[in-house]
Design a protein around this ligand. Structure first.
Ligand code: FES
Ligand SMILES: [Fe+2]
Length: 352
């Protein structure tokens, strides 16, 4: 295998949709700073409920726009009160009769599954991540956990198709062989219909709830978001992992639990119960993986046939358009600077 250019590279990432924050964390009129893929941005919610994401620094003199104020659907810089509309166009400079023809960079956004998303290129070329075959279905959604991992997002996501580790780390008596299906330029699916080895209580239990075998599918989007589907005879569960690389080659992510919407009272109750159960089960299940994420230095030096799916995933990531903003250093030094300043002020205050 050649050394991958994008996969597991902390400086590069696939152009695509990335999660920003849960919709409920941004109310109308609120403006907040966010750092996405090493770039400092500002996010605000307009009066008409839409979300706008723009670069963080004012094109006048560089004040941080998260210190500013949302006015209707526009954002006013706190420093000299220049105002920018939701397209980033400067619409007012208080000390001039006419605004100057300047523009603040804005980014395409969307909201789905209770989450705000950003497209990291100019115009979105591809859809938000969705579950193939269930594109237009409605879901009941619940947030699982919010986590940080000490390795690249690509390594976290790769784990879901590492067939060997289900036996060794998770001690599951499953025979897993994946079939890959290139769904689109930015999405790849791994299908498996699992059979259980030996004669375990687990097997009896599974056969009790599901006559056929269980299906276990994973769909990866943009090398950063993936959806695990566990299918039984009578219903399917979906767990969406939204990930993004953060500085230092680490990962920040969340899980979103999804289940097809049920109408009646008992249907709703059933869904809530199932969502609660997956949350409980999920936490224990990932314990073994955490050990791996803490210390791995990924380097697939000796691939064997059982690693085939992983190699297919790497190739899929490599074929996508990748970007390099070169802003990690900037974001990092700014963070360090803020922390230092903060400590300094605290010391100053305590000396007073
Ligand atoms: S720096 Fe924003 S208006 Fe001057
Ligand atoms: Fe795992």
């Amino acid at each position: 295998m050649r050394k991958p250019k994008t996969f597991n590279n902390p400086e590069r990432f696939v152009e695509g949709w990335y999660w920003v924050m849960p919709s409920q964390n941004l109310r109308i009129g609120e403006v907040k700073p966010v750092t996405i893929l090493g770039r400092n941005l500002v996010i605000y919610r307009c009066q008409d409920k839409r979300v706008v994401i723009c670069d963080a620094y004012c094109p006048h003199m560089g004040a941080h726009l998260a210190e500013g104020k949302v006015e209707g659907n526009e954002l006013r810089c706190f420093f000299h009160h220049w105002k920018f509309d939701d397209q980033g166009i400067c619409v007012e400079i208080p000390c001039l009769d006419e605004p100057l023809p300047i523009k603040l960079k804005t980014w395409p956004t969307d909201e789905e599954y209770g989450m705000i998303w950003i497209w990291t290129g100019e115009t979105p070329q591809q859809p938000l991540p969705f579950i193939p075959d269930l594109e237009h279905h409605e879901f009941d959604v619940a947030f699982g956990f919010h986590f940080m991992k000490n390795c690249h997002s690509n390594i976290v996501m790769m784990n879901a198709i590492d067939a060997q580790h289900f036996n060794t780390v998770h001690k599951l008596p499953l025979e897993i062989i994946f079939d890959k299906e290139e769904y689109s330029q930015n999405a790849i699916i791994f299908n498996n219909t699992t059979d259980i080895r030996g004669d375990y209580i687990f097997k009896k239990l599974i056969h009790f709830i599901s006559k056929r075998s269980i299906t276990y599918n994973i769909c990866y989007w943009y090398g950063s978001t993936f959806i695990v589907t566990l299918g039984f005879d009578f219903f399917s569960l979906h767990m969406m992992f939204v990930l993004r690389p953060i500085e230092g080659g680490k990962t920040e992510g969340r899980t979103i639990l999804m289940i097809k919407k049920r109408k009646k009272f008992f249907g709703k109750l059933f869904n809530q119960l199932v969502l609660w159960l997956i949350k409980l089960f999920g936490k224990n299940f990932v314990k073994g993986d955490n050990k791996l994420f803490r210390t791995i230095r990924f380097d697939l030096k000796t691939p064997i046939k059982a690693d085939q799916s992983i190699m297919q995933l790497i190739n899929h990531v490599e074929r996508q358009k990748s970007l390099m903003w070169g802003t990690w250093q900037l974001a990092r030094s700014r963070d360090v600077e803020l922390k230092e300043n903060h400590n300094k002020w605290r010391d100053d205050l305590s000396n007073d």
